[in-house]
Design a protein around this ligand. Structure first.
Ligand SMILES: C[S@@+](CC[C@H](N)C(=O)[O-])C[C@H]1O[C@@H](n2cnc3c(N)ncnc32)[C@H](O)[C@@H]1O
Length: 325
């Protein structure tokens, strides 16, 4: 039980370890706490005691000379070559997430959104005012955007479409993958972020990729054969998700397809930890939720869509294919 109740300390020790870049420094070989403190402009004693704690949870090892080295588990926090775990650790343990997670009791008692109850505004609004936190969020989203792309492309045949809109596509990693694989498809990358206008499309797909800036609560580009909503609906509560879906429905010809790509609800034999963990974060931070198939069916029906076909992929994501009802 102590291991579980000290989870807050574990999370912050891991945050320190990752944000000081210690995993990448230790990749080069064992180092003393004094050398690590020098390299990261930190306090040697406090860092030593934090590393000694991290050694008890198998992140580092301390050898007979008192030097620390990385364990196999600790190595997963290196930023290179793949930053996805590093960047998402920094987000999960970030200062803004920390405040909302600490407010779970209030959320359970009142049903209020934990983040808004503390900060008096929505998480995305706070990010707009806090460049450091926004940088952490964007890095985590961008590195996670590569996850599952190969599996999605393998599981679903996009060749039937001539045009695809990636609704709130961010940097458009999935859309670029579709265009690279299917040379006849044209793509529209639609997102609210300022960054959308600075996108530099890869040469291979440049002449087939258009970027449009806009707000999916008020419009979505019309007339395409397919509309992607990847990692979007889980950020929003049911009412907001239905509004986004209705905007898509209004933009879609009757023959076009809607493809929702989200973390698959737990399948038989799966503990469901990742799904339930993300569901808690969505609840506390944005007021969103992870959804079961039945919950997706309900919001799709409310927005005028057919019952979805479920396509499982060899990644944590599923694809729910639906069409205007
Ligand atoms: C979690 S990211 C997902 C990005 C992309 N679909 C992916 O899977 O990598 C959420 C995206 O929603 C965009 N977004 C948030 N509010 C929006 C709005 N009102 N209209 C359009 N895009 C919005 C954000 O800018 C961000 O790119």
């Amino acid at each position: 039980m102590l291991r579980l109740t000290s989870g807050h300390l574990t999370a912050q020790a891991l945050r320190v370890f990752a944000s000081l870049g210690l995993p990448d420094i230790l990749r080069e070989g064992p180092k003393s706490a004094a050398d690590l403190a020098l390299a990261t402009k930190s306090d040697a004693t406090t860092l030593f005691r934090t590393l000694r704690f991290l050694a008890t949870i198998d992140i580092v090892k301390r050898d007979e000379n008192g030097e620390f080295s990385l364990t196999r588990l600790g190595r997963t926090l290196c930023k290179r070559p793949n930053p996805v775990i590093h960047d998402n650790t920094l987000l999960a343990c970030s200062a803004l997430h920390w405040t909302a997670i600490g407010n779970l009791l209030h959320a359970v008692k009142t049903g209020e959104n934990a983040f808004r109850a503390i900060h008096g505004k929505a998480y995305f609004e706070s990010l707009g005012e806090n460049p450091e936190e926004a940088g952490i969020f964007n890095a985590a989203m961008n590195s996670a955007s590569q996850i599952g792309i190969g599996a999605i492309l393998a599981a679903y045949d996009f060749s039937a479409f001539r045009s695809v809109v990636d609704v709130a596509g961010g940097e458009g990693a999935l859309l670029r993958g579709i265009l690279a694989r299917h040379k006849h498809v044209r793509g529209i990358l639609f997102d609210a972020t300022d960054a959308i206008e600075q996108q530099v499309p890869d040469e291979m797909v440049a002449d087939r990729l258009t970027t449009i800036r806009g707000d999916f609560f008020s419009c979505v580009p019309p007339g395409a054969d397919a509309y992607l909503l990847r990692r979007i609906l889980h950020n929003w509560n049911d009412q907001e998700a239905i509004t986004i879906l209705r905007q898509c429905r209004g933009a879609m010809p009757r023959s076009s397809k809607l493809l929702i790509i989200e973390l698959a609800a737990p399948q038989p034999g799966d503990s469901g930890f990742d799904w339930a963990f993300l569901d808690m974060l969505m609840m506390l931070i944005n007021g969103g939720r992870e959804r079961s198939l039945h919950e997706f069916e309900q919001i799709l029906e409310a927005a005028g869509f057919s019952c979805p076909r479920v396509i499982l992929t060899r990644s944590p994501y599923w694809i729910l294919e639906s069409a205007p009802a």
